[in-house]
Design a protein around this ligand. Structure first.
Ligand SMILES: [Zn+2]
Ligand SMILES: [Zn+2]
Length: 134
């Protein structure tokens, strides 16, 4: 999404800045991290405004919110279904775009006795930088 397209959404200046921060990032910032970057672009912005803008943008379908366990929510520029890999050492979070084998979906559904709709997958391990430092 270009700056022009973001402007065409007719958002308030604050919401526009918050959306831009998420679109321009690698895609998985916490509300605190979004606030840190947004403040550089718009020094008058408050944390409450950033937080409310995140809620608004999520409800409007412009961003997605992801939660793992009891960690802080992260905000994702990718709103279509995808999976994630998390580094257990530094917390780095990356997107994985892949199809799930139907067999795996069926197997999970059979075990749970559910009629399957979707399956989410989280890969945990060490990212390349952490493997190198190991
Ligand atoms: Zn790492
Ligand atoms: Zn993602």
């Amino acid at each position: 999404m270009s700056v022009r397209e973001i402007q065409d959404l007719g958002l308030t200046r604050q919401r526009e800045v918050v959306l831009r921060v998420i679109r321009d990032s690698e895609g998985h910032l916490t509300a605190n991290e979004v606030f840190g970057v947004a403040k550089q672009l718009l020094p008058s912005i408050s944390f409450a405004t950033v937080y409310n803008s995140l809620r608004f943008l999520k409800e409007a379908g412009h961003i997605a919110e992801i939660r793992f366990g009891n960690g802080a929510s992260r905000f994702d520029r990718m709103t279509s279904r995808h999976d994630h890999a998390i580094c257990t050492k530094c917390g780095k979070l990356v997107d994985i775009e892949m199809e799930h084998p139907q067999e795996l979906v069926n197997l999970a559904a059979r075990i749970a006795k559910f009629k399957p709709e979707s399956l989410e997958f989280t890969l945990r391990g060490l990212c390349p930088e952490c493997v190198e430092k190991d």
